[in-house]
Design a protein around this ligand. Structure first.
Ligand code: AMP
Length: 501
């Protein structure tokens, strides 16, 4: 199966006059929230030689001074990847490399939904070997095959774009991609829905323009880049090693349908994705929730609004302002512990909530509190936190989720548990409320969530919202959903780990 680990990732590529490794490193640090499991980069020097480093761990641990000293090159790509229990390990770290043609190194954010079928084609018809379950390796080999078929010693932008068009025709799913073509330049492309983000920045060098392409634009300014624009769905952008910029639409029916969960949870608040400020979208999520609460419960007795840090704070603050209720910090987060999702199994996950968040009892004693989180996934965190709030002396604990009920697994690059492990998958709102121990639960409506995002860019007619609706916007390979459901279950993950050990 090629559906084991759906990875959340961050990617960056830079083309400049001088060495780019230090800036790729800084960029990866600013994309660290998109992945903490492994990091890597490859750069190409003036002799057309690749220099690379990748390993498991945080960016700051993967790249030591001795590695940086060797990472000489004026164009390169980098990657951070998120931990999942399946498909973790060094061989999955990116960039991934194929020797032919030219030597291509690729970094990928997203997930293909027909990688099993493509894997079979690659093996039987195209004589390519796949060494991992990673769909990124499939994508890399498909692209390499299509580029190689043109039999050009020196590929032009035109050849490269033709290979991207062919890749689009064969690959289904989500992919924001950067590739370093050895001796030639860097290439970026985005699937025809633009599910995962990718944007371009520019700055003046001495003799030419320098470019950065990355998952998020929050990192541009600190490195002297100005945002040029987003890469469009289906579009490919190629910057040759001399700094010449080429772009072309390579998909047949592109339509912008970005993943709405980037705005809810995944992205940094200081990023703009497809021209929507993540920060402002989150404020609007708070406003919409306030309206909903006033409508559903006009005589509410909420004394205080308390966010569950960090991803809900922006929405919670605006919610409190609009409700005209005090906003208080009731939890203090230990910043030096990884996310609770890193713990593969349920028991460890429960414990780690307590290690991650400390409670300030004095904000809870004798009060009716409204806790706000960006989303409820398994419900483990919310259940534990509500318990903590009650132990701290809260009279009533209400709970608001800035996202609607998550009922279906994500196929497009967000690491989510199996559907059966999602607390809302087979429960009504009231049942979820009971399950997590809340006195009242309110979910954002999908309509409102879409509005909060669309307001920032009315040109976007549709978002990728399948975790709420179960409607997937790309074709799915045979048995894709069923295979994924099984491979994502805790029990199966545990067995897989055991088999490896
Ligand atoms: P739980 O309901 O216990 O599964 O956890 C919900 C919390 O996990 C929310 O506070 C979110 O901020 C966070 N969250 C949402 N999606 C993810 C994800 N894909 N990976 C890690 N954390 C997530």
């Amino acid at each position: 199966s090629y559906s084991r680990g759906i990875l959340m990732c961050g990617i960056v590529g830079i083309s400049a006059e001088t060495n780019v490794a230090a800036e790729i490193y800084d960029s990866l640090l600013m994309l660290q929230h998109r992945g903490q499991d492994a990091a890597g980069m490859v750069v190409c020097d003036s002799q057309d030689k690749l220099n690379s480093r990748k390993s498991m761990g945080y960016v700051r641990d993967v790249f030591q001074q001795r590695h940086m000293n060797k990472l000489i090159g004026s164009y390169g790509v980098g990657h951070v990847r998120y931990p999942t229990a399946g498909g973790t390990g060094k061989e999955f770290a990116q960039p991934m490399y194929v020797n032919s043609p030219y030597g291509i190194s690729m970094v990928h954010n997203g997930n293909l939904t027909n990688s099993k079928e493509l894997g079979v084609q690659l093996f039987h018809a195209e004589m390519r070997h796949l060494n991992t379950d990673s769909d990124s390796e499939v994508l890399l080999n498909i692209f390499a095959h299509e580029l190689g078929k043109q039999r050009e010693i020196y590929p032009s932008a035109e050849h490269i774009f033709k290979a991207v068009s062919k890749t689009h025709r064969r690959c289904d799913g989500a992919y924001a991609v950067l590739a370093l073509i050895t001796g030639h330049g860097i290439l970026a492309f985005r699937d025809n829905n633009g599910i995962r983000p990718l944007c371009i920045g520019i700055r003046k060098g001495e003799t030419r323009d320098e470019y950065i392409i990355a998952s998020e634009d929050a990192l541009f300014e600190s490195q002297g880049f100005k945002k040029l624009r987003d890469v469009e769905p289906g579009e490919a952008v190629y910057i040759d090693k001399k700094g010449n910029f080429f772009s072309q639409q390579c998909a047949e029916e592109p339509q912008k349908r970005p993943c709405i969960f980037e705005y809810v949870y995944f992205s940094r608040p200081d990023s703009n994705i497809d021209e929507i400020s993540v920060y402002k979208a989150r404020m609007r999520m708070g406003s919409k929730l306030a309206q909903l609460i006033k409508k559903k419960n006009p005589d509410h007795d909420i004394d205080v609004v308390i966010p569950i840090p960090d991803s809900s704070t922006t929405a919670a603050l605006q919610l409190a302002v609009d409700l005209n209720v005090p906003y208080r910090e009731g939890f203090v987060k230990n910043r030096y512990i990884g996310r609770t999702f890193i713990m593969p199994y349920q028991e460890e996950r429960k414990k780690s909530v307590r290690r991650k968040l400390n409670i300030l009892d004095l904000e809870f004693e004798g009060k009716n509190v409204l806790l706000v989180d960006d989303s409820i996934v398994r419900g483990t965190t919310s259940k534990k936190i509500i318990e903590m709030a009650k132990d701290a002396g809260a009279k009533k604990v209400y709970f608001a989720s800035a996202a609607p009920a998550i009922k279906y697994q994500n196929l497009y690059g967000i690491d989510m548990p199996a559907t059966s492990e999602l607390v809302a998958s087979n429960r009504t709102e009231d049942e979820v409320s009971k399950e997590i121990g809340a006195d009242w639960l309110v979910y954002q409506t999908l309509e409102d969530l879409i509005e909060t995002c669309q307001y920032g860019n009315p040109n976007i007619k549709e978002f990728e919202t399948s975790i709420f609706t179960g409607k997937y916007i790309t074709p799915l390979g045979e048995n894709y959903l069923e295979d994924l459901e099984v491979s994502r279950q805790d029990e199966v993950k545990a067995q897989r780990e055991k088999a490896k050990a």
